[in-house]
Write a protein that binds this ligand. Sequence first.
Ligand code: 0RA
Length: 386
Amino acid sequence: MSEEEKKREDYSADNIQILEGLEAVRKRPAMYIGDVGVKGLHHLVYEVIDNSIDEAMGGYCDTIRVTINEGNSITIEDNGRGIPTAIHTKENKSALEIVMTVLHAGGKFDKDTYKVSGGLHGVGVSCVNALSSDLSAVVHRDGKIFQQEYKIGIPQYEVKEIGTSDKTGTIVTFSPDPTIFEDVNYNYDTLRARMRELAFLNKGITITISDLREDSKDEEGKSPSEVFHSEGGLKEFVKFLDKSREPLIEEIIYMEGEKDGIPVEVAMMYNNSYTENILAYVNNINTHEGGTHLSGFRRGLTHTLKKYADESGMLAKEKIEIAGDDFREGLTAIISIKVAEPQFEGQTKTKLGNREIQAPVSQAVTQMLTNYLEEHPNDAKKSLKK
Ligand code: 0RA
């Protein structure tokens, strides 16, 4: 066989593999996106946005725009570097085509970016492509505009130049496949709540959401649209959650830092209620079932407050024993960490399993809280008395 023939054979073998990959996703969509109901439908949006958030986390992008179009297609636009479009010699294909059609190809072209995001299932944009009746990817990069369109994940033509541009970024528009999803009607409030959450979790990024569907317009013909942007991050998130509660301490306790290479961000507030409200995130995913980061947080909190109470003599005087949950009455807290290779476990895959996470989180919380208590003795006494 000649080199040429061999190359052609490799190429068609690659193509068969790609088609088989897309077919696997369409055969068992629930395995990739959870379900084919309302949740899975919205998950498509989160999956695409995750790529833009990654780009923002790398410092390359500061604005993400989400639009629900007439007919329930979704457009997600960012001002990042744009998905690379150069031809990969090995596959003889544009990187854009590979990202959009090969399962788990996402991070392949960029080893430098600290990639920690990735939706609940972290399946990548090629899954969204496979589950879309139509998808268009437009890239502004290198002074040009490139485009490729797909049907159920299959490219309809090779990546082409469609114009010139003086900016960079990626624009993905997709229509969820009605033969896959039970209902393809997007809910504005569901997407809006997630965009608000993402803006709190990733401070500094501007995320806008608009609903251009005719039926969504108000009496004056105005389309729903909102801009989310948080400079304070988790601090503002706690304030938002506690807005109708009476604060017990002067300011929100806030810490941001890194321990053993794990970025940890924590914000907490005591209010005069008796409810505990702790939210824990890993790579922007709400870990409803908790896990090692949450137990690390709890351990650090209990350890530090107990130690403070002992040393200040408050307990001896009152002759009381306090348990861990006493420290969590009236506590609103958010903990957000980034883990390079998260292991998600549990019923809904929202429990962090990584053993190595507990100690660094506990140490980070201990350090932060000890400092805070020293600087705010009045707050410390008030919280402990309670
Ligand atoms: C891989 C490499 C590079 C960018 C991206 C992926 C990228 C992907 C998405 C998906 C949505 N928006 C995106 N923005 C960027 C950049 C490689 C380089 O420029 O050196």
